[in-house]
Design a protein around this ligand. Structure first.
Ligand code: FPP
Length: 245
């Protein structure tokens, strides 16, 4: 099915985008508003990711991609980086147990080599489990940067060039195959929570024709009803892909 045509949920006449991507912003401010440490915001954010991923699967979406940790997030205080890594470890550990039961596929997009060893092993395990199933897939961007993704794809392509591939054979489709998102349709809808309206180095190649939805809601408060509103807004958009109607 072509990107943008999506599926229609049972008994509904809205189009569910095949692929939705989310910049989960506002965890820190959510915690501050409640007089809690920022790390409590990340814990609430992880729980919300679980809730939203389950909802996406249930409404018939194919892919959900979330920005969990960017190549720039290493600049945060070490305690905060440590908490996010611990949450990811816990989440991936639990995911390994539940993926088999729920037949959920999960991929990590990002420079995995630079992650702590325990996380790297968990990523390898979730990859292995995912290869056995078809159906809903959650992609977690971890140590991810859009420019870094394009540069590492170019590096791998350059290796193939050196091995004899002809430059004239390079097409957009072929180059896409070198990205972390190889084989996955581009996101039709990108949501950013937390009030900012910028892309922050997220899916720079893949967002070429994405629709954007911004909300002031902090990520831990972004529930299924607000995702429904974002999908409703997406349904009202006139997507022309550079053409005319
Ligand atoms: C942005 O909020 C959020 C992050 C940089 C980290 C997101 C991480 C998680 C939700 C935890 C682990 C994820 C998964 C998939 C289990 P912010 O800290 O920039 O918030 P602020 O703008 O209010 O300070």
């Amino acid at each position: 099915m072509a990107a943008g045509t999506g599926k229609t949920g049972a008994g509904e006449n809205r189009t569910i985008p095949r692929h939705v991507a989310v910049i989960m912003d506002g965890n820190g401010r959510w915690a501050k508003k409640r007089g809690l440490p920022r790390t409590a915001g990340h814990a609430a954010g992880s729980e919300n990711f679980r809730k939203i991923a389950t909802y996406c699967k249930n409404i018939g979406m194919d892919y959900l991609t979330v920005y969990a940790f960017s190549t720039e997030n290493w600049k945060r205080p070490p305690e905060e980086v440590g908490t996010i890594m611990r949450l990811l470890r816990r989440y991936l550990n639990e995911a390994v147990e539940t993926m088999e039961r729920d037949r959920i596929r999960m991929k990590v997009f990002g420079n995995v080599e630079a992650l702590p060893e325990e996380l790297r092993l968990l990523v390898a395990k979730t990859d292995e489990i995912s290869s056995r199933y078809q159906g809903f897939q959650a992609n977690i961007c971890l140590n991810y940067g859009g420019r870094d993704e394009i540069v590492s794809a170019a590096r791998r392509y350059a290796r193939d060039l050196a091995a004899g591939v002809a430059p004239a054979e390079l097409t957009e489709d072929l180059f896409s195959g070198y990205l972390y998102s190889a084989g996955i349709p581009d996101p039709e809808l990108i949501i950013r929570t937390g009030g900012e309206q910028r892309i922050s180095n997220f899916l720079l190649w893949q967002c070429a024709y994405s629709e954007f939805y911004y909300t002031d809601t902090y990520w831990p408060d972004f529930g299924p009803e607000e995702l429904d509103r974002a999908i409703e807004a997406f349904n009202a958009r006139d997507r022309r892909f550079g053409g005319i109607k």
